[in-house]
Design a protein around this ligand. Structure first.
Ligand SMILES: *Cc1c(COP(=O)(O)O)cnc(C)c1O
Length: 395
C-alpha cells in the first residue's frame, strides 16, 4: 500500500495571510464606507518597467519565427543572462563569480525549497525567529530538526552565531523579511568565520539586496571566506517587480566542498534532472534589468517604495514608536503598544483606522508584540494610512 510523506502532518497550517484576509473582508463588509488601506501586502504594486517589457516583447516576436524560435534552453540558464549577473556582482559589489556558479531559477522560493534535495535529512537546520516560513516548512517536509535563533531587541533583530546553538545549515535573510533588519560587514564576517570553523553552511537569502542604501553588504560573497561556506539566493521579484513574471538566480560556488562532494556539481545534477529552465522570454525580460536604462528605471521604482517607507518611518518617529527596517528594506517592523498582542493590535488598527498590517507573531513566537507594515502601496494611500494612525495614537 502506498505510504505518504507523513512529515507533511507536522507542518503548521499557515493561517497568517488567510486569517488577515478574512478579517479585512469581514470588516469591509460590515463597514462598506471605510476605504481599508492594506499595508499588509508582501507583493510589489508597481508594474514592470518599460525596458523589461520591451525586451520581453522582442523575445516574444523571436518565438514567432522559425529562424529565431527557441525550444529547450540550458537548465541552468542562458549565458547572456548569467554574464549580466556576473558583471553586476563585479561592478556593483566587487565580487568575482565564475559564470558556472550562477543558476537561473524561476524565483528564489523554488530554489530555497529545492536546495533541501542536496543535503542529508539528518542535518539540523538553524533559522531565525521571526522567520520567512519557506525555510521552516521546506525542511519539516524532509523531517529535519529545526532550531531557532531568537531575533529580538537585544540583538537588533540580527541574531549572531552562538556556540550553544548547534546547527549544520543556517538560513539568513538580509535585508530581512519581516523585520527589515540588515547585517553589517562585520556581523556577516563573524557568521562566515563561524560557518567555516564549524563546517556548517549558510543559505543566504538576498531577495531584497537592491533595497540596501547604506554601507551594508548586499551579497554574502562580499565577505572574505564566504565561497567555502555559503549559497546565495536572489530574485527579480521584489527588486524588479517579477513576482508574477518569475525569475531569480542562485549562486553555488565551486569552492563549496563537503567531504568529497562539490555542491555546485550536485546542484547542477539536481537542476538538470528535475528542472528544464526558465523560459527564454522571461530571461530576456530579466536581462533588461542590467542595461543602463533598465537599471535606471528599476531604481526609480525602488525609490518610489523608499519614499513610502520614509513617510511611514517619519510618522512612527514622530509618535515615538520604536521601529526597525524601512531604511534598507520595504518592510517596517514596529513595537505595538504594550497593552496589545500583535493580533489585538491588528484588530484595533483595522477597526479604528481602517489600516491593515501583519501581526508579528505570525512570523514566529519572537514576533509577538510587533507588527509589520510594507511600503508596497501608492504614496497617497501610504500618506492617508499614516495620517489615520497618527490621529489614532494622539487620541
Ligand atoms: C519575496 C521573497 C522571496 C522571493 O521569492 P520569489 O520566489 O523569487 O518570488 C524570497 N525570500 C524572501 C524572504 C521573500 O520575501
Amino acid at each position: 500500500m502506498v505510504k505518504v510523506n507523513e512529515n507533511y502532518s507536522n507542518i503548521k497550517e499557515t493561517y497568517l495571510f488567510t486569517e488577515t484576509a478574512r478579517k479585512i473582508k469581514s470588516f469591509s463588509q460590515k463597514n462598506p464606507d471605510v476605504n481599508v488601506i492594506k499595508l499588509s501586502i508582501g507583493d510589489v504594486t508597481r508594474p514592470l518597467v518599460n525596458s523589461v517589457v520591451d525586451s520581453m516583447g522582442k523575445a516574444v516576436e523571436e518565438m514567432r519565427h522559425m529562424e529565431t524560435f527557441k525550444g529547450y534552453g540550458p537548465e541552468q540558464g542562458y549565458t547572456f543572462l548569467k554574464e549580466k549577473i556576473q558583471n553586476y556582482y563585479k561592478t556593483q559589489m566587487g565580487v568575482n563569480l565564475d559564470i558556472n556558479d550562477i543558476f537561473i531559477s524561476d524565483g528564489a522560493k523554488s530554489d530555497l525549497g529545492n536546495i533541501t534535495d542536496i543535503f542529508s535529512n539528518d542535518n539540523v537546520i538553524g533559522v531565525t525567529d521571526p522567520v520567512y516560513p519557506v525555510y521552516v516548512d521546506s525542511n519539516i517536509m524532509c523531517g529535519r530538526k529545526i532550531v531557532y535563533l531568537k531575533a529580538d531587541e537585544t540583538n537588533n533583530f540580527l541574531p549572531m552565531p552562538n556556540e550553544n546553538i548547534k546547527a549544520d545549515i543556517f538560513y539568513l535573510c538580509s535585508p530581512n523579511n519581516p523585520t527589515g533588519a540588515v547585517y553589517s560587514y562585520d556581523q556577516l564576517k563573524i557568521w562566515v568565520d563561524y560557518a567555516n570553523r564549524n563546517k556548517s553552511i549558510i543559505l543566504f537569502d538576498a531577495a531584497y539586496e537592491r533595497f540596501v542604501k547604506t554601507n551594508n553588504p548586499r551579497s554574502i560573497f562580499e565577505i572574505e571566506g564566504s565561497k567555502t561556506c555559503a549559497i546565495e539566493f536572489c530574485s527579480f521579484s521584489k527588486t524588479a517587480g517579477f513576482t508574477g513574471t518569475r525569475c531569480g538566480y542562485t549562486v553555488v560556488p565551486k569552492e563549496l566542498i563537503v567531504g568529497e562532494y562539490c555542491l555546485n556539481k550536485m546542484w547542477l545534477r539536481r537542476q538538470t534532472t528535475k528542472f528544464n529552465g526558465v523560459s527564454y522570454v522571461v530571461q530576456k525580460a530579466a536581462e533588461a534589468v542590467f542595461t543602463n536604462e533598465g537599471a535606471k528605471e528599476i531604481d526609480e521604482t525602488i525609490n518610489y517604495y523608499r519614499e513610502n517607507a520614509r513617510i511611514i518611518v517619519d510618522t512612527l518617529s514622530r509618535l515615538n514608536i520604536k521601529f526597525y527596517g524601512g531604511i534598507n528594506s520595504p518592510y517596517i517592523w514596529f513595537e505595538v503598544p504594550k497593552e496589545f498582542t500583535s493580533w489585538e493590535f491588528f484588530d484595533y488598527l483595522l477597526e479604528n483606522a481602517g489600516v491593515a498590517g501583519t501581526p508579528g507573531s505570525g512570523f514566529g513566537e519572537c514576533g509577538e508584540g510587533y507588527f509589520r507594515i510594507t511600503s508596497f502601496n501608492t504614496h497617497d494611500n501610504t500618506k492617508i494610512a499614516m495620517e489615520r494612525i497618527e490621529k489614532l495614537f494622539k487620541k
